[in-house]
Design a binder for this molecule. Sequence first.
Ligand code: FES
Length: 642
Amino acid sequence: EKLHLVVFTPSGKRGRFAEGTPVLEAARILGVDIDSVCGGRGICGRCQVNLTVGEFAKHGVVSRETSLSPFAVGEEKFKARRGLADGRRLSCHAQLMGDVIIDVPPSSQVHRQVIVKKADDRKIEMDPAIRLHFVQVQEPDMHNPTGDFERLELALNQQWGLTELECDLRTLQALQKNLREGNWNVTVSVHRNKRITKIWPGFHNRAYGLAVDVGSTTIAMHLCDLSSGEVVASSGMMNPQIRYGEDLMSRVSYIMMNPGGDKLLTEAVRQGINELIGEVTELAGINPTDILNAVFVGNPIMHHLLLGIDPTELGGAPFALTTNSSMTIWASELGLTSNPDGRVYFLPCIAGHVGADTAAVILSEAPHLQRQVTLIVDVGTNAEIVVGNSDRLLAASSPTGPAFEGAQISCGQRAAAGAIERVRIDPETLEPRFKVIGSDLWSDEEGFDEETAKSGITGICGSGIIEVVAEMYLSGILSVDGVIDGSLAAKSPRIVADGRTFSYVIRDGESELKIYQTDVRAIQLAKAALYAGAKLLMDKFGVDSVDRILLTGAFGSHIDTKYAMVLGMIPDCNLKNVHGVGNAAGVGARIALLNNKSRTEIEEVVKTVEKIETAVEPKFQDYFVDAMAIPHKTASYPNLSK
Ligand code: FES
C-alpha cells in the first residue's frame, strides 16, 4: 500500500499514512492537537485545517471505511449550512491522496494560547475543566438489557476514550428523556474528564464559564467562551453587602450583633452575582444554562459569606478559616441562576486574613516562577502582602484601615465622578492644581470649570489623598514627621489655622475642601502599617530590597507609583520595576477558569506559602513607628532622587 508523508504545522509532527486516511485520524495518531466536539461527524466545524502544500481528496469522497466518520454528515453539507472559508477543510473529512503539509490554525487547537493580560501580553494555554463530547448511543433492545447510562458510558469510552465516569442523580433523572429526544444522539459535558455534568439531546456546541472576583467593595464578573478562551462580556457592581457595613470588620460586627445576619449577607452577595449573570448573558446574547463552570475568588470573609459559612471566627484571633483548601461545588448549591449542574471552583485561601483573592494574584503575577524577588501589595482596608521568588513565598496582611479608600479622611470619598484623583502643588506659591474623575483637564487648564460644573467636585478619592499628602511633603508644607508647617500661613492663604493645628486648603469658596492635620495622620498610620508589613516579610525572606513591586486591587492599581514611594508606603525600588497591575485577582480567576492545570498549580503553591501573623510579631510595632515618618525615619530612597 502506498504511504503519504504528512507534516503538521506549527507542531512539526510528521508521519506516513495510507491513502484515504482522514487528516484528523492522522493527527490523533501523531498526537497533534486538533479540537472536536462532534467526534469527526462533520457537525461541529472545530477541526478545520489549511492545506499548505499538496492536495486532499475532493469533498465528500469517502474511499474507505474510517474509524472517525461512521456516521458522518458530508463536508459539503457542512459547507452549505455553516460555510467554510477559502482553503479551509474539515480535517475529519479531508482524506490523504498525496504528500501534504497541513497547518492547524489556533482556532482549531484545543490547547490554543490565549492572552489573559494585555499589559504584558501574558498568554496561557487553554485547558478548560469542561469539555463537550457528542456521542451516538446504542438503542436498548430485549437481548441487551443494560441500562441507558451504561450504554452511554460505553459510547463515551468507544468514541472518546473516556473511562470511569461519574454522574449524579440529577443527570440520571434527565437521561432517558434526553437520549430519546435526541434520537440516541446526545452531547455530554464532562468535568475534568471524570464527571458528567450535563446532557443535551442532539448536538450542543456552547460552553461558557464565569470568572468572578468578589471584593468587599466591588464584584467583577467576566463571562468567557470555554472553547476560544475569549471574554465575551464583563460587568461589575458595588457589593450589595455594603448596606450592612462599609468594610469587612463592620460587616462581621453586624453579624455578631444580629443573629442570622450572616444569612442576609450571603443572600445579598448571591443576589448581586445573579444580577451580574443576568447582565453578562444578556450582553453576550447567550442562555445562562450554557454557563457550565465558574471560578470565584475573594478575601476570606467574602469567600465564607458567599459559601454561606458564618465568618464570625474570622473576626478575631486566631482568625480560623472553616477550610483553607480549594473547593469544587455545584452551582445549585450557591443558588446561582447559571446552569444548576455547572461546577463552581473556589481557589484556596492562604490564611485567616489572606484569601483566595491573594492566591489568584499569585497565579496571575507568578512570583513563584521567577528568580527576582517580588513584593505584591493588594491595597485595601487590609493590605494583603506577598514577598518572594521561586525559592519561597511569604504572605501576611496588615491592618491599614480604610484611609486609603477615602474613609476616615474629612473630605475623602470613593473613587467616583466628581472626586479629585490627581494633585500637584507649586512649591513656590503652594497653589494646588488637580484633576477630577470624569474630566480630562487639569484644574488650571482652560475650560476646566465648565466641564466639572456638570457634576461638581465632591471630595478626594484614595489616589488623590496619597498625591496631596505626598505633594504637601514635597513642597515643604509637611515636615518629615507629617506636621503641617503653620509658619507658612504668613506666606500663603492656603495654610490656615484650625485650633492648635493647621490645614491646607485645596479648594476654597463655597465647596471648600481642606486637608486637616488629622487626615495626614490617618494616611501616615495607614502607610506605616503597609510599609511595616512589607518590611517584616522582606526581613523574614532575608532581603533589604526587592527587585519589583506590584500594586494591585481596584485602588492599588490606580495609585501613581512614584507618589506611593514618596510617601513611603512601599520600600525603595527602581521605579521602572514598580507597576500597578490592575485587577490581578480577576486575571487569576480567569486563568483558573481556562486552564485546569493551573488549579493544581496554585493549590500546590499555596501549601508552601509561609504565613506571617503581623499582630504577634514583636518587630512589627518598631517597624510601624519608624515608618510613620515621611518617607521613613531611617530607610533611604535612593531611587527617588534619580
Ligand atoms: Fe466536528 Fe470535524 S470534528 S466537524
